[in-house]
Write a protein that binds this ligand. Structure first.
Ligand SMILES: [Zn+2]
Length: 300
């Protein structure tokens, strides 16, 4: 007998407000629809972000970016239907230049992962997730906050079940699986590109694929272990992403491929199983593979 899904809990740890909508959002919606409890954890407030949507480059926006991004996150959270908690760290900003400037004092990217993991361990022990989602060791892209998000997620995953670690943060709870988002496979973009051409539409990926630089953008397709079908929720994902109006241009690159083409060409969001304390078979199509039965069956 399969377990009642409402006993299952999924935690997605993200660096900034908007990351939860651009990475794994449709997956979260699918599991919410199944009755899974979903908590988004946002490490920083996105305070040092830029205005990436020209329509929002208006007087007063940059000066009030912290509050505006909090409000955007509230709207996105409502659209997705997830619960969400802030860890309260300060955005590092994306350093640019050659040589790169030092990170600003006190920012998340300079934190000691062992120290910065503490509030995340506390949340893991409160929420008791079976599955945790985060970024890989490269951060998905080399933003210092994304890399630190990976580090504290890994520390917390390994420590949360150990009563000797972070003893002041609640009763131990060991999550069972840790996944990394791996949506940037070259194969995915090749297939989306071909689908656009087949439909007689201009592909936004033509130039991008031609200039794909393995050094800057490693093809992580080979690391994918788990593809979650979630195309039914691509529309809601896009609405949540657009709620982060300072961060995404609704007429920009990310919205050039019609939903129907995306749904037909690549209906999954893709993950790498990084740690598992349960038996499972690769490839998987479910983040809770190997967990549902043990969690749901009454003890015999
Ligand atoms: Zn981010």
């Amino acid at each position: 007998m399969s377990a009642p899904a409402q006993t299952l809990r999924l935690m997605a740890v993200h660096a900034h407000p908007d990351d939860e909508s651009s990475k794994g959002a449709a997956t979260m919606c699918r599991y919410l629809a199944e009755g899974v409890d979903v908590l988004v954890v946002t490490c920083t407030g996105g305070e040092r972000g830029s205005i990436l949507n020209p329509k929002m480059d208006l007087p007063g926006v940059l000066e009030n970016l912290t509050q505006i991004r909090r409000d955007e996150m509230t709207r996105a959270r409502e659209i997705l239907g997830v619960r969400q908690e802030w860890l309260g760290f300060v955005d590092s900003g994306l350093p640019e230049g050659d040589p790169l400037p030092p990170l600003p004092e006190g920012c998340f990217g300079l934190a000691d992962p062992e120290v910065a993991a503490e509030p995340l361990v506390r949340l893991m022990r409160e929420f008791r997730p079976h599955v945790v989602l985060t970024y890989d060791e490269n951060g998905g892209y080399p933003h210092p906050d994304h890399i630190m998000c990976h580090k504290i997620s890994a520390v917390a995953f390994d420590a949360s079940g150990d009563p000797d670690r972070y003893p002041e943060t609640g009763d131990p709870w060991q999550p069972l699986k840790l996944y990394y988002h791996q949506g940037w496979s070259r194969e995915r973009f090749v297939i989306l590109h071909a689908a656009m051409e087949a439909a007689g539409l201009p592909s936004p990926y033509a130039e991008w694929l031609a200039k794909w630089d393995e050094a800057d953008t490693p093809d992580t397709g080979a690391r994918v272990t788990t593809r979650v079908i979630c195309d039914e929720w691509f529309g809601r994902r896009d609405e949540a992403l657009k709620a982060h109006a300072t961060q995404v241009d609704p007429d920009g690159f990310w919205f050039q491929v019609p939903l129907l083409i995306q749904q037909a060409a690549w209906p999954t969001e893709d993950y790498e199983l990084a740690r598992s304390l349960v038996d499972t078979t690769i490839p998987e199509d479910d983040l809770f593979a190997g967990i549902r039965a043990p969690v749901d069956l009454p003890a015999s």
